[in-house]
Write a protein that binds this ligand. Sequence first.
Ligand code: PGA
Length: 266
Amino acid sequence: MAVTINPRRTPLIAGNWKMNLDHLQAIAFVQKLAWGLKDAGHDFTAVEVAVFPPFTDLRSVQTLVSADKLPLAFGGQDVSAHDSGAYTGEISGAFLSQLECQYVIIGHSERRTLHRETDDDVAAKVTAALKHNLVPIICVGETAEDLEQHGPSAVPVSQLRAALAGVTNAADIVVAYEPVWAIGSGQAATPEQAEQVAAALRSVLEESLGQDVAGKTRILYGGSVKASNIAGFMREPNVDGALVGGASLDIAEFSSIVRYQKHVGV
Ligand code: PGA
């Protein structure tokens, strides 16, 4: 079956490394990933690839990507809501921009649960990212309990509405729908479940930012994405890519996810 690609939205496959790979490992990994994909003839303009290493790796990744002109995007896994000052342990969006980060992940469920980040914190970080010319990848998703109590879309929809509260003009953003029950569990959502929520999220984008921005904004699915299930998600009209955790740490598996079009002969 042919994969539908909305010509207005370049698919994005993003690897969230979480707290894995130090800066030396990151250099070897990024080099192998980029060269492997190039050797395989991957068209980086047709499917964009981004990696999200720990903060301590970013300078090394930037130096490598810039020296070797690698066609890979990269970004941070979080950003401070503040520009600078007495915020021990936080990282300013200004610093990430200086390191040529293009993206930043905001509101990942691990930040929301382990670090008690609220919808207001997420909204403030989204505003900070945009201020520093970073494209926020806004993560939303329901827990298994939410799913039982409120159905599939209610929590992600309300999280996205809250995250966009401070976004006034048409902005470059990415949304990642990541059901908490699917993250790291090996139990991915079905493509139909992902599509149902992605369609609801696109309606929120339309309400908040207008039809044009909604039509251009990429919505990713995340949660136990693997080479064996990616093509199913990418066939859905409102799913424009994936945020990949565990499988992004395996070069062969991640490369195969990036090259999902080959699985279906497009
Ligand atoms: P997973 O993680 O692919 O390991 O389920 C996804 C994520 O947390 O972004």
